[in-house]
Design a protein around this ligand. Structure first.
Ligand SMILES: Nc1ncnc2c1ncn2[C@@H]1O[C@H](COP(=O)(O)OP(=O)(O)OP(=O)(O)O)[C@@H](O)[C@H]1O
Ligand SMILES: [Mg+2]
Length: 240
């Protein structure tokens, strides 16, 4: 279970995230939705320990995330952030090698198996510039999986891709569900949220306004105004 309690980030006096609290059960996929600037990426960066919260606590299985073994939070960045000067294989083994997770031979074996799983077995020696957007993304996902992360974060996984690939991304995220893993997906792509999420977190202006099941979020009608925040209703009405 991932537990986020009263998380806040203030930068230069500006509140980026305010008092965010939620739980994600093992095996759950949560979609994080909200308009541009709502704080979605900031929340993922905090969970991935790339940014330090000003206040609050984040635990997984009762232990502070900051004390978890390095690499136990995997993040797939919006722009993939592959190292351009390294081959696909070296992109995958770099972090686990640095963390001395295993021998190079074992890590290479694991990397090849992951690349095969994502249909990239022919690209182990390729450089990122020679890959399509969809291939780069699958490399980024394979790289995030090298450390077997129980927390897996995706920031806008479809934004740099052909819209036709949304179903492929949804299928990949579904395939990464595990009983002992929590997945958070920041997305503007409502089709993706509908396909993969169990729960929806709706952020606005750094605040978590709604934490509801996918069905409540997407089936809510203006007849029952109590189930969602007015801001979420306004957001949803702009989608149709
Ligand atoms: N390092 C930083 N310094 C100052 N302000 C920041 C910093 N990082 C984020 N912000 C601000 O925090 C707010 C939330 O940014 P964030 O990137 O989390 O939004 P987002 O919901 O991911 O938006 P988008 O959908 O456009 O990606 C924005 O107003 C942004 O300008
Ligand atoms: Mg963002």
């Amino acid at each position: 279970m991932l537990n986020v309690n009263a998380l806040s980030i203030v930068i230069n006096g500006k509140s980026i995230l305010s008092d965010i609290s939620f739980e994600a059960k093992d095996g759950q996929v949560m979609a994080v939705i909200g308009s541009s600037g709502a704080g979605k990426t900031s929340l993922l960066r905090c969970l991935a320990l790339l940014d330090a919260p000003t206040n609050g606590a984040m635990t997984f299985g009762g232990a502070p995330i900051s004390e978890m073994q390095a690499g136990k939070v995997g993040i797939v960045f919006q722009g993939f952030h592959l190292f351009p000067h390294l081959t696909v294989l070296d992109n995958l083994v770099l972090a686990p090698l640095c963390h001395k997770k295993d021998t190079k031979a074992t890590l290479c074996e694991k990397a090849h198996a992951l690349l095969a799983q994502f249909g990239l077995h022919d690209h182990a020696g390729s450089y990122p510039h020679s890959l399509s957007g969809g291939q780069k993304q699958r490399v980024a996902i394979a790289r995030a999986l090298m450390m077997d992360p129980p927390i897996l974060l995706f920031d806008e996984p479809t934004s740099a891709l052909d819209p036709e690939l949304v179903n492929d991304v949804a299928a990949i995220i579904q395939s990464l569900r595990q009983p002992n893993r929590v997945i958070l997906v920041v997305t503007h792509e409502i089709r993706l949220a509908r396909q993969v999420a169990d729960q929806i977190l709706f952020l606005d202006n750094g605040c978590l306004l709604d934490n509801v099941t996918k069905d409540v979020f997407f089936e809510a009608t203006s007849a029952d105004k109590s189930v969602l925040s007015p801001r979420a209703f306004a957001f949803l009405s702009n989608l149709t």
